[in-house]
Design a protein. Structure first.
Length: 264
């Protein structure tokens, strides 16, 4: 699937329907894969950290989860890319998995959230095959634990492995386990909490105005104020720099072509 670069990250260009079809296709591939859902925070992390940048760019698909990414593509690339949000895609993929007989596994978050997710999924999609769930400890896993977890998940043969560890932890986890777990992995972050009914989602009109970060900052001010204050400001600065470079580029090109030294 074609990708377009925003700052230093490649974003997959697709309609939501095509994106879902591609995810299902990946469950039938002969190799493992992982999918990222990019927002401003992820883009800034990737821009600042080359290793994490490679992690995201090596993903099979990178969705434009944040509204600012869709706006960037429209303004600077002329591409009308709809937002593909993990929170919206989760129930759609569960429905599609039920319809096609695919199995799913939930990894991450807390046991309470996973139990609530499984209960809701069972009510909404009674024929859905849930291979299993696991809430890992809030500490780095030992090598033996990693091996046990990968062997256990592989023994359950999940087609889709939904991961909720937060960014950038979940993306790093998926990249590390790509060669260890045979599945299509998707890093969904807060989608677990919302689907489980533990956190309310903003009305659609507020989401369209990209105000979800304000709500999350209200819920977790101590943990998130630095991320949004510095991250959003830095992203805005980089976008303005990109816009300025685009304005200056034709002038530079004209100056070079008009310079006799360049035509000699």
């Amino acid at each position: 699937m074609e990708k377009e670069t925003i700052l230093s990250t490649g974003i997959s260009i697709a309609t939501p329907r095509t994106f879902v079809r591609e995810v299902i296709r990946l469950t039938e591939a002969d190799h493992s894969s992982y999918i990222c859902f990019a927002n401003v925070h992820m883009l800034i992390e990737a821009y600042r950290n080359p290793e994490f940048r490679d992690t995201v760019n090596n993903a099979e698909l990178v969705a434009a989860d944040g509204r600012p990414l869709s706006l960037f593509l429209q303004v600077f690339k002329g591409i009308r890319q709809k937002r593909i949000c993990g929170m919206d895609l989760l129930p759609i993929l569960l429905c599609e998995a039920e319809r096609q007989g695919k199995s799913v596994f939930f990894y991450g978050s807390t046991a309470e959230v996973l139990n609530s997710m499984r209960e809701r999924a069972g009510q909404e999609f009674p024929r859905l095959r849930v291979a299993g769930q696991y809430s890992p400890p809030f500490r780095p896993l030992e090598p033996e634990e990693k091996q046990e977890i990968s062997h256990w998940i592989n023994s359950l043969h999940p087609d889709l492995l939904f991961v909720s560890l937060g960014c950038p932890k979940q993306e790093k986890w998926m990249a590390e386990f790509q060669d260890k777990i045979k599945s299509c992995m998707l890093g969904l972050g807060q989608a677990f909490t919302v689907y489980a009914g533990k956190e309310k989602r903003l009305p659609l009109w507020m989401r369209n105005l990209s105000l979800e970060w304000v709500y999350r900052l209200y819920l977790e001010p101590r943990r998130l104020w630095k991320r949004y204050l510095y991250g959003n400001s830095y992203f805005l600065m980089l976008v303005l720099k990109h816009a300025l470079n685009q304005l200056i580029a034709p002038v530079k090109k004209f100056a070079r072509s008009s310079n006799p030294a360049n035509t000699a």
